[in-house]
Design a protein around this ligand. Structure first.
Ligand code: PXG
Length: 465
């Protein structure tokens, strides 16, 4: 080991925390709060476990940020990056050039995605993918001589990234407030969140009602102005909102009826998370565009993209003219090489059928047991993505007062007890690596139960129940 490697350091946790305070602005962070507390420093990971700078081992129930599908410490991916860096560390795909890693990955993706997709546009992230989609959708309708079709309909509490277009497509009010967003011609309809908003309707009835909000919005705007509808098959960052089965088929029908493009943001659901290659396969929808990222490279290197169906690609290609959009790192050769090997690993290790037939159903069983806990109002999961709704009263689905506080309490207990389970308001969410074993699912569920107990105790002590 050379002494010049700047990232190899034997500083203490306290020293790192101090440097972090002084120099590092983290994403989505209240700096004042973090500085008072000190950051947690993760130094190493293997399989489904993280290790922090104090030597604690933590079961990563979130696969990083929903992305490390093949688990940590995969030498195959490190070697793919090393080989590609020596061969061709960088070249672009502008100016009529390309390179084998991008071309090969494009072909691999076309073979894995639904039949309507024969082309991909590469980006560096999911946010950039959704920015690309806004540009593509508007270009498509312009080329068809319908430039007034500009409006993209999305949903409240959706997450589509943090760039100006990504955050605009997203339905997070707290993000819109900070950026003067959304940008023009992006509107939002209610989400299919039965547990929180379904009232007295059955899930099936509520799913239809939520889908028909799309039709209402199209009629209100006039179909001639509507370009597309975008949705995550299962909303991730919004709290793992699994729509009733009636929802997506109805959305598909409405899009078809009005000729508007259907966009599936597969950044979280893609690459096996739900036990299917894509959330679109799970729900039987036929999107015209799909955003991909995260599991595409299992997070080992930043890469995202947009799958473009023939309906859109044919217009772009046949009508001609330059599509004036792209990034320095569109189709980065090292990221593409790593993504290619990652996809091969997912296939060779049968991670998708394993999630559908073995680990997913096993997690669902363990999750049902957690729903017996006094503060769990609902435990839902599909494949290896799940949520627990923490409530004050199970029967009436009544949330705690001051929503969000109990979720944070539970999340902190999880951290302290060696489990990463995230909180979105008072919804606890998980999306572990797809390589997780039954024994590790047992460990996850046991730790979750213990932390729910600790949370219940705290709620009692604080008079929240
Ligand atoms: N679409 C979806 C559905 C996402 O979940 C993005 C787009 C944006 O991808 P990039 O690569 O630009 O981050 C995401 C990202 C959270 C959290 O708190 C979720 C994401 C990112 C950061 C935090 O759950 N999802």
């Amino acid at each position: 080991m050379t002494t010049s490697a700047p990232y190899v350091s034997d500083r203490t946790t306290a020293a790192w925390q101090e440097l972090d305070r002084q120099h590092y602005l983290h994403p989505f962070t209240d700096y004042k709060f973090l500085h008072a507390k000190g950051t947690r420093v993760i130094v190493k990971a293997e399989g489904v476990y993280l290790y922090d700078s104090e030597g604690n081992r933590i079961l990563d129930g979130m696969a990083g940020l929903w992305c490390v599908n093949v688990g940590y410490g995969r030498k195959e991916l490190a070697e793919a990056a090393y080989r590609q860096m020596l061969e061709l560390p960088y070249y672009n795909s502008f100016f009529q050039t390309a390179h084998p890693p991008a071309i090969e990955l494009a072909k691999q993706l076309v073979d894995l995605t639904p039949a309507q997709f024969n082309r991909v546009f590469f980006t560096g992230s999911g946010s950039e993918g959704n920015d690309t989609i806004v540009r593509l959708v508007r270009r498509y309708w312009d080329l068809l001589g319908q430039p007034e079709r500009k409006v993209i309909i999305s949903r409240v509490n959706a997450y589509h990234g943090s760039t100006m277009a990504g955050a605009s497509l997203g339905g997070m009010a707290f993000m819109h407030e900070q950026g003067g967003l959304p940008i023009p011609d992006i509107v939002h309809i209610p989400q299919p969140y039965w547990f929180g908003e379904g009232g007295n309707l059955s899930p099936a009835e509520f799913g239809l009602k939520a889908a028909r909000e799309l039709e209402r919005k199209i009629e209100e705007l006039g179909a001639h102005r509507v370009a597309a509808f975008i949705g995550e098959p299962i909303q991730g960052a919004g709290g793992v909102i699994i729509p009733p089965d009636t929802y997506w088929p109805e959305i598909q029908k409405i899009c078809d009826r009005h000729g508007i493009l259907l966009i599936a943001d597969e950044v979280i659901c893609g690459f096996g998370r739900t036990g299917h290659w894509f959330g679109s396969n799970l729900y039987g929808i036929r999107p015209d565009l799909m955003t991909i990222a995260k599991g595409l490279s299992s997070g080992y290197l930043p890469i995202g993209g947009v799958m473009v169906a023939d309906r859109v690609a044919d217009v772009l290609i046949e009508k001609g003219g330059e599509f004036a959009h792209g990034y320095t790192y569109s189709g980065h050769p090292v990221a593409c090489a790593v993504a290619s090997v990652n996809l091969s690993l997912i296939q060779q290790e049968n991670l998708v059928p394993r999630t559908r037939d073995e680990t997913g159903p096993y997690l669902a069983k363990k999750w049902r047991e957690l729903s017996e806990h006094p503060i769990v109002g609902e435990a839902r999961s599909v494949g290896l993505i799940g949520a627990l709704e923490l409530v004050r009263d199970k029967r009436s689905r009544r949330f705690f007062d001051k929503r969000g506080e109990v979720g944070t309490i539970c999340r902190d207990f999880c951290f302290q007890n060696g489990l990463i389970m995230r909180a979105v308001r008072d919804t606890m969410i998980i999306a572990p690596p797809l390589v997780i074993t039954r024994e590790q699912i047992d460990e996850l569920a046991e730790k979750a139960w213990r932390c729910l107990d600790l949370t219940l105790e705290r709620c009692r002590a604080e008079g929240r129940l």
